[in-house]
Design a protein around this ligand. Sequence first.
Ligand SMILES: O=P(O)(O)OC[C@H]1O[C@](O)(CO)[C@@H](O)[C@@H]1O
Length: 252
Amino acid sequence: MTPAQEYAIPACDVLPDRQAAETEFARRIAAKVRRKPDMVLGLATGNSMIGVYRVLVAMHRKEGLSFAAATSFNLDEYCGLPAGHPASFASYMREHFFAHVDMPPGSAHLPDENACADYEAAIAKTGIDLQILGIGRNGHIGFNEPGAPVTSRTRVVELAAATRTANQRDFPAGEAVPARAVTMGIATILAARSILLLATGPAKAEALAAALEGPVTPQNPASFLRLHADVTVICDRDAATLLSSSRKTADG
Ligand SMILES: O=P(O)(O)OC[C@H]1O[C@](O)(CO)[C@@H](O)[C@@H]1O
């Protein structure tokens, strides 16, 4: 096993609570978009990001933050769901972000299970300037579940049972979470120029500590972020409880 100190140590800001972490996360995104309006954004979904999009939409309305020149590539999508399905990530993105900002519809991309190589080729044309990420309870990033190779690219994967259980909340009663999804790979994510990861709530504490301070291993896909030189982690105190005390005093 390789010692953690051989790898990059991501900057980690610990904010007092979930709302403060979401607001800070959104501020970091906004600052980059203001500096480079034609930013290529790698976007994430999940519960963690809902508050982030809420803040970005408010900044768009109140402060004129514009996404008109931006392009986006989403991390992942379930297989077999029509785009209009309420639990699809396409619906999530429309509901929480795209319907409320000025990004032209043609500039927003989601992966398609039948066109993984095309998705990689489209991303490769410009690269991703800023990839935003949540983290699963098992350390997944995108839908790269434990065991995902560091060399992986956009592909169809089997979802872990724990992920399907956690995401059941998004599906109508009696409807199962799909068994498969399409996701950018670890190598796709690591090719982004810069990466921001958000972790909030006690359920993420174990995965976050393992990712930042445990071994770099496919068993915790988020640990691969330590192979990247420009990763910033924003978390709340609840998600930071298992981090070493030096890291916990980093902020708020
Ligand atoms: O924020 P949540 O819902 O806990 O999910 C964590 C991560 O897992 C995913 O749902 C998997 O795609 C991501 O969208 C998200 O960032």
